[in-house]
Design a protein around this ligand. Structure first.
Ligand SMILES: Nc1ncnc2c1ncn2[C@@H]1O[C@H](COP(=O)(O)OP(=O)(O)OP(=O)(O)O)[C@@H](O)[C@H]1O
Length: 312
């Protein structure tokens, strides 16, 4: 079983999926924004949606929210249509650039959204969880970009949702605000809520997600834990000082998927680092300062989202 299958099987056994997408497709003219996505997210999972620009992350989130209608396939949220789940306050969402009111205070804005729901959490609690209690009386047009994001977070939380959908939630935040945001988020997920977040910050996925779903060209290209996705990219990096090693000799080492040679220094990506190392020491017995490291999530991301024709 590969990591994609493990991710799907693990979710499928969970009772009553939080989110289930089957054969989801959305085209804009010739652009296949989402091109056959099957995805099941179990209650309580924290899932990072990764992918380069235009991979289809926002389009997928919009369809889960019922903001955009699929051309084909189905979306269900806790067994219901998105519109039903939204009306029941089951879903909270934080979207890229979601509009805020310039003339209303933060407390009023969050209060207005709370009034739309049957069982909201107290406004003060939503502000506290989003870390913006001191901004309750500040008007929308006096907020910084990062503060606006926190207000959007409070708006997403106030219905006390079981599922949070976050599209690049920390995009406008500085490092301190991001750390604070994820601390609040962890307090929320510790209560067993489900979170799906799209991000470009790989370290956020690495640190906060139970599971990583990697999209490219409207499709899911990897799905599993951070360790599983890293392993899918196959590999390790071997660095060494290899006097006299030529590019041709390095390219021909077994297991090599990519390589760089700068003077005596080589850096090789390999899907069989043991075989690469043995062959290197045979071809170049003077090789020294050898270092083998596991590929990071960033390396896996780049490998798995590279265009096929430029994969090597
Ligand atoms: N309303 C639209 N009209 C036409 N094309 C669209 C529309 N929305 C998205 N697209 C196209 O669909 C593709 C997927 O876009 P989407 O916004 O879902 O990607 P993304 O992974 O969220 O990207 P990013 O990381 O840049 O936010 C892109 O090629 C985009 O240009």
């Amino acid at each position: 079983m590969n990591a994609t299958e493990i991710g799907q099987a693990r979710s499928a056994v969970a009772q009553g999926a939080a989110v289930r997408l089957t054969g989801l497709r959305k085209h804009y003219g010739q652009v296949r924004a989402v091109d056959g996505v099957d995805l099941t997210i179990a209650p309580g999972e924290v899932v990072a949606l990764l992918g380069p620009n235009g991979a289809g992350k926002s389009t997928t989130i919009d369809m889960i929210l019922g903001l955009s209608r699929p051309d084909a396939g189905t979306v269900s949220v806790f067994g219901a249509e998105p519109s039903g789940a939204i009306a029941d306050g089951v879903i909270g969402a934080m979207l890229q650039g979601g509009a805020l009111l310039d003339d209303a205070t933060v407390g009023e804005m969050v209060g207005m959204v709370a009034s739309l729901h049957r069982t909201p959490m107290p406004v003060a609690e939503a502000l506290r969880r989003a870390g913006i209690e001191e901004l309750a009386k500040r008007r929308g047009n006096k907020l910084s970009g990062g503060q606006k994001q926190r207000v959007r977070f409070a708006v997403a939380l106030v219905s006390d949702p079981d599922l949070l959908l976050l599209d690049e939630p920390t995009a406008a935040m500085d490092v301190g605000s991001r750390r604070e945001f994820w601390r609040s988020m962890q307090a929320f997920t510790d209560t067993g809520r489900t979170v799906l977040f799209a991000t470009h910050y790989l370290e956020e996925a690495e640190e906060f997600a139970d599971r990583v779903v990697l999209m490219r060209g409207g499709r899911v290209v990897a799905d599993g834990s951070v360790a599983e996705v890293r392993a899918l990219a196959g590999g390790r990096t071997l660095r060494a000082v290899a006097p006299g090693a030529t590019k041709t000799a390095i390219a021909e080492l077994p297991g090599v998927t990519e390589y760089q040679v700068r003077g005596d220094r080589i850096a090789v990506s390999s899907n069989d680092s043991d075989a690469t190392l043995r062959a290197l020491l045979t071809a170049c017995p003077a090789a020294h300062d050898i270092e083998i490291t596991a590929i990071g999530l960033e390396g896996a991301f780049l490998t798995l989202t590279a265009d096929e024709e430029t994969g090597r």
